[in-house]
Structures are given as structure tokens and as C-alpha cells.
Design a protein around this ligand. Structure first.
Ligand code: HEM
Length: 166
């Protein structure tokens, strides 16, 4: 019987949990909150709602980024380095994934922060939230490909003629 590694299981659980919270929230803000606020509230009320949401959402964003960095680093050591997976293309996928994740973290921090340097970004939230969602979709795909490369997720299914039963 194969054993369960509880540290790896907990790390994967936290990692995917943080993804669900961060990307689910981003989807909600982009496709539900902003259009609904525009339809139902005047400019001043929209601004008040934005300020009220910002502080709470910023806390969740920071927590998700921290969890993703810690569990992602742990995953890389435990799954990427100790599994003996071939470095290529696993490490290339990992590099692209981390770069894309850093772009998402930067945009999320700019949108939820108070710095005047990023006022121009906060003036067009839909554009930046869409970019985050496209990058996140790419990252989830890359992560699935990395799991397949390690042999941890279903890969190509052998044709019937190649199966042991013939
Ligand atoms: C927006 C950011 C991120 C998203 C959406 C994301 C998504 C995911 C998902 C869905 C998996 C599970 C793949 C599977 O088993 O099918 C995963 C695994 C993993 N993540 Fe992330 N992740 C993010 C950030 C990070 C960061 C910042 C790191 C590194 C510091 C990282 C490192 C890893 C590693 C090493 C794995 C294991 C891949 C494997 O199975 O070999 N992730 N990630």
C-alpha cells in the first residue's frame, strides 16, 4: 500500500486553499461586485464601497500571498527536488509559473494598497483584475503539467493494444 505523506498533503491543501480564496475573490470582484456597484450606486457611494472593501480584501490578499510563497517553496523542495523529476521541462515550467505568480502578487498588492504611485492602476481595476485571472488560469495549467511530469496526475492513457491484457 502507498503511504500518505501528511506534510505534503497539508501543504498541498493550504496551497490550493489559498488559490481558491484569492482567485475566487478576484473573480467575484471583477465579474460581480464592480458591475453591480456601477449599476446600483452613484459615484460617491461606489467610492465608499471601494474603501470599505479594500482594507478587508487587502488582509486576505496578503494572507494568501504568504501562504502561497511558504507552501509553494515547500512543494518545490518536497515534490520538485526530492522526487527526482527530470529538470527539463519541470524547472522551466516552475520558473515561468513563479514569474507569473509574482506579476499577480504585484498587481494584487497595487490594487489593494494605498500608494499614490498606483492610483492610475486603481482607476482601471477591471483591466488589471482580468490580467490576474488570465495569468492565474495559465498558472493552474502549468501546475497540472508539473504534476503530470512527476507522474502524480493522470497522464496519457495507454492505448488498448498496449495494455498487459493485449
Ligand atoms: C497565483 C499563484 C499560484 C497558483 C494559482 C498556484 C496553483 C497551484 C496548483 C493548482 C497546484 C496543484 C497542481 C496539481 O497538483 O495538480 C500547485 C502546485 C504547486 N505550486 Fe503553486 N500556485 C501559485 C503560486 C505558487 C508559488 C509562488 C510557488 C513557489 C514559490 C508555487 C509552487 C508550487 C509547486 C512546487 C507545486 C507542486 C507542483 C507539482 O505537482 O510538482 N506555487 N500550484
Amino acid at each position: 500500500m502507498n503511504d500518505i505523506d501528511f506534510a505534503v498533503l497539508a501543504s498541498r491543501w493550504l496551497h490550493i486553499g489559498a488559490v481558491v480564496v484569492a482567485i475566487g475573490g478576484t473573480c467575484f470582484v471583477r465579474f460581480v461586485m464592480i458591475p453591480s456597484a456601477k449599476a446600483a450606486l452613484d459615484d460617491a457611494q461606489q467610492e465608499r464601497l471601494r474603501q470599505a472593501v479594500r482594507t478587508r480584501w487587502a488582509r486576505l490578499v496578503m494572507m494568501s500571498i504568504t501562504v502561497l510563497l511558504v507552501t509553494g517553496g515547500f512543494n518545490f523542495v518536497m515534490l520538485g527536488m526530492r522526487s527526482g523529476v527530470e529538470p527539463m521541462p519541470y524547472h522551466a515550467f516552475f520558473g515561468i509559473k513563479v514569474l507569473a505568480a509574482f506579476v499577480i502578487f504585484f498587481v494584487a498588492s497595487a490594487l489593494t494598497g494605498k500608494s499614490v504611485a498606483f492610483d492610475a492602476m486603481r482607476a482601471h481595476p477591471k483591466k488589471w483584475l482580468s490580467l490576474m485571472l488570465v495569468l492565474a488560469a495559465m498558472i493552474v495549467l502549468l501546475s497540472g503539467a508539473m504534476a503530470q511530469l512527476r507522474g502524480a496526475a493522470p497522464g496519457p492513457i495507454p492505448a488498448l493494444s498496449e495494455s498487459p491484457e493485449g
